[in-house]
Design a protein around this ligand. Structure first.
Ligand code: GLP
Length: 241
């Protein structure tokens, strides 16, 4: 694991963006795994800016999102589909056909995981962007998830629903289920970049980097990935010393 400690969130976002920009310049057909949550918003802002300044194009970039809620429509403002269009896709020249976000159509619930997993089997990602939940989840792989899991439907932890309730009117509105890439899918990516900031992430970052690899802290598996970069601000790094 390569650890990069930045002054603040702004610097974290710029660092992460510079890695993605370099990869797109190297390979315009880049296959990139994308994350939601508040952590990657600054990275996406920097990518939009680079596009607007004609530094990069997303025309042939192909994206694959980590996860999606089940139980709300794609049109819901808090769906990850809406999040991605709002915070990135509508501002850049991505081809709609190159965007993959796990389908959450409840009528097809029995097929959702298998279908998305097939897409991931057919396409090894060049780079995967990750955030981390305060309980150590990546994507929606909650503590206790077998590390060999591939795409599956998950019952969300109460901690995760509580953390994410800040985006909804109340915790009752936070979906109870989601579809997520499994740990095995995430580990299959050639390169991984995890970003985190703020003191509320300090404890989990410490455990992820210094603790043992365990399914009770899914992000700890990243210690075993051959090319994983962790970009954090000083607050998130505060328990590492
Ligand atoms: C959600 C997402 C994760 C994300 C996590 C952290 O639960 N499913 O992919 O990493 O939130 O969110 P934040 O970056 O807002 O702390």
């Amino acid at each position: 694991m390569k650890i990069m400690i930045c002054k603040d969130y702004d610097e974290v976002s710029k660092k992460a963006a510079s890695i993605v920009i370099k990869e797109i310049k190297k390979n315009p057909d880049l296959k990139i795994g994308l994350a939601t949550g508040s952590s990657p918003i600054g990275l996406y802002k920097n990518l939009i800016e680079a596009y607007q300044k004609n530094k990069i194009s997303f025309k042939s970039v192909v994206s694959y999102n980590l996860d999606e809620y089940i139980g709300i429509d794609r049109s819901h403002p808090q769906s990850y589909y809406s999040f991605m269009y709002e915070n990135l896709f509508k501002h850049i020249d991505m081809n709609d056909d190159n965007i993959h976000i796990p389908d959450n159509d409840i009528d097809r619930i029995d097929h959702l995981a298998e279908d998305y997993n097939q897409v991931l089997h057919d396409n090894q990602l060049d780079i995967q962007i990750l955030g981390i939940g305060t309980n150590g989840h990546i994507g929606f792989n909650e503590p206790g998830t077998p590390l060999g899991n591939e795409t599956f439907i998950v019952t969300l932890d109460e901690q995760t629903r509580m953390d994410n309730s800040r985006f909804f009117n109340s915790i009752d509105e936070v979906p109870k289920f989601a579809i997520t890439m499994g740990i095995k899918n995430i580990m299959y990516s050639k390169k991984i970049v995890l970003i985190a900031s703020g003191k509320e992430k300090a404890k989990v970052i410490h455990k992820m980097i210094k603790g043992k690899v365990t399914k009770n802290l899914p992000a700890s598996i990243l210690q075993l990935h051959p090319d994983c970069t962790v970009i954090i601000d000083e607050q998130a790094a505060s328990k590492l010393k």
